[in-house]
Write a protein that binds this ligand. Structure first.
Ligand code: 7TS
Length: 400
């Protein structure tokens, strides 16, 4: 039996999404910008795809949603646009990002910092949630942008973006949120709170890889990223990814339809699975369940190196993660665990299980059995477990 529990890294394409995309490869392959029937036969599908995307996040008709190649591109674009429009022109010289943003935000912030802009890295508390007070304390009339993710990819922690959006509005500061782990996990409504830019990526909600988007509120500036044939309103030239737009639209619609299932059935399966995992001795979870996306568990097994556990899981047919796949080749401690100051013997022991609407109870039962066997085997040979201090666990709470 094989079990896929790495849905925060990417998801299976919904077969219905794949079916919707198929005609736009071999049958209806015209360039939408050409002036003939091969082109115009793609237009209804593009229109429908875009309408589904707008509806999925409740964007206003006057707002813009630019299609990109991935969330990494969308995140880079917002931060670099602010750099060129505000920092380089001398209007403002400060941005804030949380210290547990995805590398596509952190690395871009570091680049901006190297170009002379002041960057505040907002800390997170011991529940893995960004500290809102730090936003209030650090915001000034020189702050151009605050960028805080809506849900964290490692822990699933949901960040108080409504509150942060309000603070930004009060101070006339732009607000961006990376909603990659939010779409399909809970309702996303860009009109329900103050947000200027919002990032998402189709492959995280059962759409195709290589298609992302950036929502831009009406009237908010954005530097054109790709100059050329003036597609996407001139913001991002290049022949439209027709199957990608169709796929993201279909995936968005399906994700919204499945929201109730995700928030009740998946949550319940996740909670039961987590209860069973926490029955294993010396296991710890950072963020309380109520403050997490319904599909995610980041759990530490004291004394077991995360990569060793992944090895055993993989051997048992299970795909999980020690953290961001982007970072999993450089045996570093989990970034969230480091940010909350977890003890050294726990920071390297975190495993992320992320479910999807395709996950079954049978798969979780199998996973639990494999995990139990792995824990027994690996603790048997672990030197750190034998010497691990009893009792005090820095920064972590046991058994939520
Ligand atoms: N933002 C967040 C919050 C993410 O989780 C990811 C991918 C990205 C941006 C980048 O998305 P992409 O469309 O550019 O690929 N996160 C992960 C992860 O948690 N494990 O692997 C990839």
């Amino acid at each position: 039996m094989t079990v896929y529990l790495d849905n925060n890294a990417t998801t299976i394409v919904d077969p219905q999404v794949f079916t919707a995309m198929e005609p736009y490869f071999v049958q209806k392959y015209g360039n939408p910008n050409s002036l003939h029937a091969f082109a115009s036969e793609t237009h209804p599908a593009i229109k429908q795809g875009m309408e589904r995307i707008y509806a999925g996040i409740n964007a206003n008709r006057e707002d813009s949603v630019v299609i990109t190649s991935c969330a990494t591109e969308s995140n880079n674009w917002v931060l670099k646009s602010v750099y060129f429009e505000y920092v380089l022109t001398g209007k403002k010289n400060h941005i804030m990002v949380s210290e547990v943003e995805h590398p596509s935000v952190i690395a871009t912030a570091k680049w901006i910092e190297s170009m002379g802009c002041k960057v505040t890295y907002l800390p997170i508390n011991n529940e893995g949630i960004v500290d809102v007070q730090a936003v209030r304390d650090n915001i000034t009339d020189k702050t151009a942008l605050v960028s805080v993710m809506w849900a964290n990819n490692e822990t699933g922690a949901i960040f108080p973006v409504e509150e942060i959006g309000d603070i930004c509005e009060e101070h006339d500061v732009l607000f961006h949120t990376d909603a990659v782990q939010a779409i399909g996990k809970f309702p996303v409504d860009v009109q329900s709170f103050n947000v200027d830019y919002l990032t998402f990526s189709a492959h995280k909600f059962h759409g195709p890889k290589g298609v992302g988007a950036l929502y831009v509120k009406k009237g908010k500036e954005l530097m054109p990223l790709l100059h050329g044939g003036a597609q996407m309103g001139g913001y991002r030239s290049g022949t439209l990814n027709v199957p990608g737009i169709v796929g993201m639209g279909a995936a968005m619609e399906a994700a919204v339809e499945a929201l109730d299932f995700e928030m009740t059935n998946i949550r319940e399966m996740r909670d039961n699975f987590e209860d069973e995992l926490l029955k294993i001795d010396d296991t710890f979870v950072v963020t309380p369940r109520a403050k997490r996306t319904p599909n995610t568990i980041l759990i530490s097994f004291r004394g077991i190196e995360g990569e060793s556990m992944l090895w055993d899981l993989n051997h048992g047919g299970i795909g999980a993660s020690t953290g961001s796949a982007c970072a999993s080749e450089d045996l570093e401690a989990n970034s969230v665990m480091e940010a909350i100051g977890a003890a050294e013997d726990l920071a390297h022991t975190a495993i992320r299980f992320s479910l999807s609407r395709y996950t079954t109870q049978e798969e979780l039962d199998h996973t639990l059995a494999v995990v139990k066997k792995a824990v027994a085997r690996l603790r048997e040979i672990s030197s750190s477990f034998a010497y691990a201090p009893e009792g005090h666990v820095s920064g972590l709470t046991e058994g939520h």
